[in-house]
Design a protein around this ligand. Structure first.
Ligand SMILES: NC(=O)c1ccc[n+]([C@@H]2O[C@H](COP(=O)([O-])OP(=O)(O)OC[C@H]3O[C@@H](n4cnc5c(N)ncnc54)[C@H](O)[C@@H]3O)[C@@H](O)[C@H]2O)c1
Length: 340
């Protein structure tokens, strides 16, 4: 069946609101069951403890396609209600999905049995059952170039560049964005593989045009800054969605501190919501118990939950929101520890 572009890009993905339902009774029932329901209940209780512990810096790690799937508002609510202090993410979530929506573009509900040849001809990209207008994404690429062009030549951490994206949205934003919410609350966002996203296209264009007068993203600076956050915190807790580069980058700060001769404790709390399992020996599915052997995650308050995040994250975030432990937390505004 042939469709035109307008017919395919008609129904927007809507972002779920954790304030509209209370998952506490469901999670309490899950706690009395078995398998992943009980694992999720334990993860919820650990997250509540992280929020209760006033000395804990909570770091949210994001991988996968969470914003395009309708989880943007969940992340915004975690930021607005002071439930996280720092974010480590893939570039796709920060740039291609969140910043993209902040510019006023949308993700659309599509279908998995689409004719992908026809989609390509229409310049429509597909993520499983969602559609994106490639022409809108090109605007996003060019916007990151525009931001880079406006910066003084030199090397910047992704955190510094993402602050500039927040400033851009402050003047030109057209819709909700967690990059913008984090900017207002001075919450650092790191993307260790920043160029592996829409920003990469913009930065290639920028460096090709500006040559020696260009900017560069310094991933070592990212690692130094994230390690500084780790060593300045008394306790740290990780809420990891998916796995991938953000999971390893944040865990490695304990080892980086050790190399610098600074004694930093292992991450005290760690939760991972993922579909990856440990059989292939890769990082994404490696258990948090295993991370203890590397000296990265403390044992006792860690929990893996093996299920897809569009199902588990709303339940966990709604539980934390309705439990209300965030109400007595102080804002950390960690961007302030850096000069810029
Ligand atoms: N996801 C995209 O559409 C997209 C688009 C452009 C660029 N990229 C880039 O590709 C790189 C890797 O991307 P990635 O983070 O999408 O994949 P990834 O394969 O690195 O994901 C990491 C792990 O998270 C798990 N995971 C992902 N989504 C999940 C979910 N909804 N629920 C539970 N577990 C989940 C995966 O199984 C995997 O084990 C990044 O640098 C990113 O910027 C991704």
């Amino acid at each position: 069946m042939k469709y035109n572009k307008k017919e395919l890009l008609k129904t927007k993905v809507e972002h779920l609101d954790i304030k509209k339902f209370n998952s506490v009774p469901l999670i309490d029932s899950f706690d009395k069951m078995a398998f992943q329901s009980r694992n999720l209940a334990r993860a919820c209780k650990i997250y509540d403890e992280m929020l209760h512990n006033k000395d804990c810096t909570n770091i949210l790690c994001l991988a996968g396609s969470l914003v395009s799937a309708g989880l943007k508002k969940v992340i915004i609510d975690l930021i607005k209600h002071n439930m996280i202090d720092c974010i480590v993410s893939t570039g796709a979530i920060v740039v291609d999905q969140d910043f993209f929506e902040g510019l006023g573009f949308n993700h659309y509900r599509g279908f998995i049995n689409a004719d992908d040849n026809q989609l390509r001809e229409l310049m429509i990209d597909r993520i499983y059952d969602t559609f994106i207008d490639e022409e809108d994404l090109r605007f996003c690429d060019v916007t990151t170039k525009k931001i880079a062009d406006s910066m003084k030549p030199g090397a910047y951490s992704s955190r510094q560049f993402i602050i500039k994206m927040g400033e851009y949205l402050d003047k030109n934003g057209k819709a909700d964005s967690f990059v913008y919410e984090a900017y207002k609350k001075e919450i650092p966002i790191f993307c260790p593989a920043f160029s592996d996203s829409s920003a990469g296209f913009g930065l290639v264009f920028h460096q090709t045009e500006k040559k020696e007068n260009s900017i560069a993203i310094d991933s070592v600076k990212d690692f130094r800054e994230l390690t500084e956050i780790k060593v300045n915190a008394k306790d740290t807790g990780l809420l990891m969605i998916g796995g991938g580069i953000p999971k390893n980058f944040v865990q490695d700060t304990v080892v980086a501190a050790d190399i610098l001769g600074i004694s930093a404790p292992m991450h005290k709390y760690a939760i991972q919501l993922t579909v990856a399992d440990e059989r292939d020996g890769a990082l994404s599915g490696s258990t948090l118990k295993e991370a203890n052997s590397w000296g990265k995650v403390d044992s006792g308050l860690e929990q893996m939950v093996y299920a897809e995040a569009t199902l588990t994250l709303p339940l966990l975030a709604s539980y934390a929101y309705h439990k209300g432990s965030w109400k007595s937390r102080k804002e950390k505004r960690l961007n302030k520890i850096f000069s810029k």
